[in-house]
Design a protein around this ligand. Structure first.
Ligand code: ADP
Length: 650
């Protein structure tokens, strides 16, 4: 009898699971909310069931709705993906009660690893090293502060129920302890309904190294080597790779043994990840937490081992043994993954919502693309704003990284801001090449990673010529200027292009075209030589370029200049710059307001905190001045574009 598997998730992970399930001969069922009715994961599946309105709490997180959908479609197995209900014991139990197989960890193991304090206790008993700290039940602020002092500053306060970096606060001294404790507890209560915290020694600039484990119902526990996920923003991973580079073999072996020991200690079944924090110099490592599900970054492990982890999950869930013995699991080559997000990397990584006017992800030999969206669809405020994962694999780390840089350079997204150029700049840093990975990577190399705020004249001119010469609808399309209706003044045609580097002022560049290959800007003449979809030659100099109607990217001599084109599709975005009006970048709710009417603020001062897309966003004053009007109060629900605060002249 054909088995039917329902995927209680959305986006790329739903598609990923559906792909393997189909290859294995399963019938597949997708579920979807209002916002996702037209998403690719719905089409990919053999059947699809609508489960409710767009907010996850009213759809993807509703256990009953999902169980009903499974009953309706005759599903016998439920794969939860990651996030949502993947580590929810009530859900695991509900599946069992309905006679369905939950493709995930046993409820007892999820519970044992669910709270960071209990998990640390358990690991200590199992002989797995943990970060020194306090994880007792006495939550009196004075007791916690005394613990911090004993451990020795700096310490990190974490929500025991935490996840996704939420609530974590680093404390450097006694003086700020209570304030940061209150902040952590508040965020923890709001996010997890549990304000218990633990205190840990803060390890300065550590690495995040994790081990993939797999267990079955026959008592077999294996590992599938390690991954490095040190490059993070807001304590969330953005670049991951396997193997974790530069770790001595003896340390790796110890880490694998500890990871397998951890899995055994909770009678684990299925795919799991043991996360360690590692001292980048001494390679000392400590257990941080176990994720009892498939990870976002599982593809890098698949690429180096050749194992389909989703296939293993489904087999193990059906009661089969793990297909390979430990000694038969091997790795070769190197894989690097980046998470392409709809976010403003130049502006505090603020999620960017909107319609994907264009989406081109450059596939090539050795590049794997996992995406849950497509051109024309919305990046909505309801879910994680990930557009795609790009995974490069190759015989060496450098080869994989270079392939990934090329893929990023050649991909293009229009309609929302993305971290595409940012990711490419991170991969291009010297430190990345030298494997100097720590969780402080982005801060430590901020200067090198920052989008250049000044560009040489040649880059401006190359961008302007490219923008004039190609119309952006396709890389080979040579614009017919006559059709554009451009100004013609006694001979040459003139077109003006607005170009703006991140954070810099926009400048208008007037391009005169004498003929198809001869241009003039500010009295300087340029002849356009050979040109291809990604390269063009101007006065003998070769530039890489990528164009959309809202951006022009120029690469020359190892540097990338990403210009925005404010006169393009989204000109409205920049119109309000310099004004004192702070608008909400997305729907959300106002958590707190840090100013009163009449207060003086400096440009860059925090004004209020908005909670949106499961994150807290500090809204800052765009200019100095006096707070003229507060349009919202703490707790206000706001829509995209609502005016929050007006700042005027003092
Ligand atoms: P969450 O469950 O909220 O994701 P984790 O405990 O997994 O939190 O930690 C997330 C990240 O925070 C780690 O990858 C690391 O960058 C940082 N971190 C956590 N604990 C420590 C610590 N003791 N010292 C330094 N950094 C830490």
């Amino acid at each position: 009898m054909t088995q039917t598997v329902l995927i209680a998730n959305r986006g790329e992970i739903a598609r990923r699971v559906i792909r393997t399930a189909k290859q294995m001969g399963f019938q597949t069922v997708a579920v979807y909310s209002d916002a996702d009715a037209n998403m690719p994961h719905v089409r990919d599946a053999d059947m699809a069931v609508h489960i409710g309105p767009s907010p996850a709490a009213e759809s993807y997180l509703l256990i009953e709705k999902i169980i009903d959908a499974a009953k309706q479609t005759g599903a016998t197995m439920i794969h939860p993906g990651y996030g949502f209900l993947s580590e929810n014991t009530d859900f695991a139990k509900a599946c069992a009660d309905a006679g369905m197989t939950f493709v995930g960890a046993p409820a007892a193991a999820i519970t044992a690893m669910g709270l960071k304090d209990a998990a640390k206790d358990l690991m200590t008993k199992a002989g797995v090293p943990v970060v020194p700290g306090y994880n007792g039940g006495d939550q009196a602020p004075g007791r916690l502060k005394a613990a911090a002092k004993d451990i020795g500053y700096p310490v990190i306060i974490k929500a025991v129920a935490g996840g996704g970096g939420k609530g974590m606060r680093i404390v450097h001294d006694d003086a700020s302890f209570f304030e940061l404790l209150t902040a952590c507890k508040g965020e923890a209560e709001r996010a997890f309904g549990n304000d218990h915290v633990l205190i840990e020694k803060y390890i300065n600039a550590p690495r995040h190294v994790e081990v993939q484990v797999f267990s079955d119902t026959h008592g077999n526990h294996v590992h599938l080597f390690d991954r490095d996920c040190s490059i993070q923003r807001r304590h969330q991973k953005i670049i991951e790779e396997a193997p974790a580079p530069g770790i001595p073999d003896a340390v790796r072996e110890k880490m694998y043994a500890a990871a397998v020991q951890a899995a055994k200690a909770v009678d684990y079944v299925g795919a799991g990840t043991i996360e360690f924090i590692m001292d980048a110099k001494t390679f000392d490592f400590y257990f941080m937490e176990m994720n009892t599900r498939l990870q976002v970054e599982h593809p890098v492990t698949e690429e180096i081992t050749g194992v389909d982890l989703v296939e293993w999950q489904l087999r193990v869930a059906m009661g089969e043994a793990i297909p390979l013995k430990q000694e038969d699991i091997t790795q070769s080559g190197h894989a690097v993954e980046v998470r392409l997000y709809a976010e403003d990397a130049e502006n505090g990584f603020l999620p960017s919502t909107g319609r994907l006017e264009q989406l081109y992800l450059h596939g090539a030999e050795g590049i794997r693309i996992e995406s849950g969206v497509e051109k024309g669809r919305e990046i909505s405020p309801f879910y994680d704003p990930m557009i795609a994962k790009l995974i490069a694999s190759g015989p060496s780390r450098a080869r994989a990284a270079n392939a990934l840089i090329a893929a990023l350079d050649r991909s293009g997204v229009e309609g929302v801001k993305t971290n595409r150029a940012f990711l490419a700049r991170v991969l291009r840093t010297q430190a990345f090449g030298q494997q100097a990975l720590t969780t402080a990577f982005l801060e430590d190399h901020a200067g090198e990673i920052a989008a250049p705020s000044e560009a040489p004249k040649s880059a401006y001119h190359a961008a302007a010529i490219a923008a004039c010469a190609f119309d952006g609808s396709g890389p080979h399309d040579w614009t017919d200027w006559a059709l554009l209706g451009v100004l013609r003044l006694n001979g040459p045609q003139i077109k003006t292009v607005m170009l703006q580097l991140a954070c810099g002022p926009a400048s208008a560049v007037a391009v005169k075209r004498h003929n198809k290959a001869r241009f003039e800007i500010a009295g300087a003449f340029y002849s356009l030589g050979s040109r291809g979809p990604h390269r063009l030659e101007i006065n003998g100099q070769v530039f890489g370029y990528a164009l959309t109607s809202t951006s022009a990217e120029i690469r020359s001599e190892g540097q990338t200049y990403a210009f925005a084109r404010p006169d393009g599709l989204h000109g409205k975005d920049t119109a309000a710059k310099g004004s004192g009006i702070i608008t909400s970048p997305m729907p959300g709710s106002v958590l707190s307001i840090g100013v009163r009417e009449g207060d003086h603020v400096e440009a860059g001062d925090g004004v209020l905190v908005l909670e949106a897309m499961k994150m807290e966003h500090k809204m800052i004053a765009p200019r100095a001045g006096a707070v003229k009007a507060l349009r919202v109060t703490a707790g206000s629900q706001v829509k995209d574009g609502d005016v929050l605060v007006e700042i005027g002249d003092a």
